[in-house]
Design a protein around this ligand. Sequence first.
Ligand code: NAI
Ligand code: MG
Length: 357
Amino acid sequence: PVHRIAVIPGDGIGKEVMPEALRVLQAVQQRFSVQLDLTPIAWASCDHFAAHGDMMPPDWKAQLQDQHALLFGAVGWPATVPDNVSLWGSLLKFRREFDQYINLRPVRLFEGVPCPLAGRKPGDIDYFIVRENTEGEYTKLGGIMFEGTEREVVIQESVFSRHGSDRVLKYAFELANSRPRKHLTVATKSNGIAISMPWWDGRADAMHAHYPAVAVDKQHIDILSARFVLQPGRFDVVVASNLFGDILSDLGPATTGTIGLAPSANLNPERTFPSLFEPVHGSAPDIYGQNIANPVAMIWSAALMLQFLGEQAAHDAILRAIEATLTGPRSEVTRDLGGSASTTVMGQAIAARVAAG
Ligand code: NAI
Ligand code: MG
């Protein structure tokens, strides 16, 4: 099949790392019988905002909904557009309107990358975080009472629907069930958050009944966070609500070295709408324009996209090429990895290894 992909670089280093992902996809198409129909999109960017006063054209959804996937760089240019405007005007619209309810983040320590945790080696850190991406703690429900008085009270609601919770739990159980260790950690806080979290635990128990082969470990979010640092080997698949998952998915990758490596997938598993693949990092205005950004997070995100589209061999080839480059000469890795390569040189090194097999 031909995979239709919208290519959306966005802002800042999004515009520098995206060409390297495209270079690798080019190599993939030459080596495998993978066919990609790429559509470049210049909007969903602060440049577009500067010209049109909006992050995206009014018909953005119609333009994108027949795509199979969106490959996204990063959005944000705080010098000209406030971050809440750029983010809510683009990426968060994609996630919500395309019902990308799974935010999947692999956390993996690679050979050749210095680990900030003492004494850890590759293999010790290798797990997935499955974050709920559409509801939970991130709502606009609530309000302020007695505003401006001594009695001022603010209430912020959380929303956990049975539909929304069951579908993310099901995805996480399926993923755990497909992995050799078949282990699922459920992030909770049922001791402190006394209504929604015991209920969430109950939904996890109900889903567990369908996956008896999976071992489940419920952990309160506080100790779970500590164990990400102290005992990362305990984890295989971790499922969490929107807020807890957001925090864990910055903490996890931070334990494996540079943010320049971490990829993510925003999935609509039913494929009713396109899914979105993007690096965890943002547009990094502090390094933009120097051609020094690490392209791996972007390239690995493209690999996750190919895997989701059913191109497992192409995914595996890209991961092997990344691994080989990370352990290769320092002249082929970027500064954040202790090397001297530009973004372009590191992208070329990975693409060449994909092409060579
Ligand atoms: P950031 O991720 O852009 O940068 C944080 C730090 O990491 C910076 O020092 C940067 O130089 C470094 N860094 C990031 N990616 C790197 C790479 N590939 N190679 C080497 N170093 C890298 O986060 P920050 O500074 O908080 O946000 C900057 C802008 O990006 C803001 O407008 C923010 O809203 C936006 N942002 C967008 C995201 C997205 O599109 N999903 C995610 C996070 C932030
Ligand atoms: Mg975050």
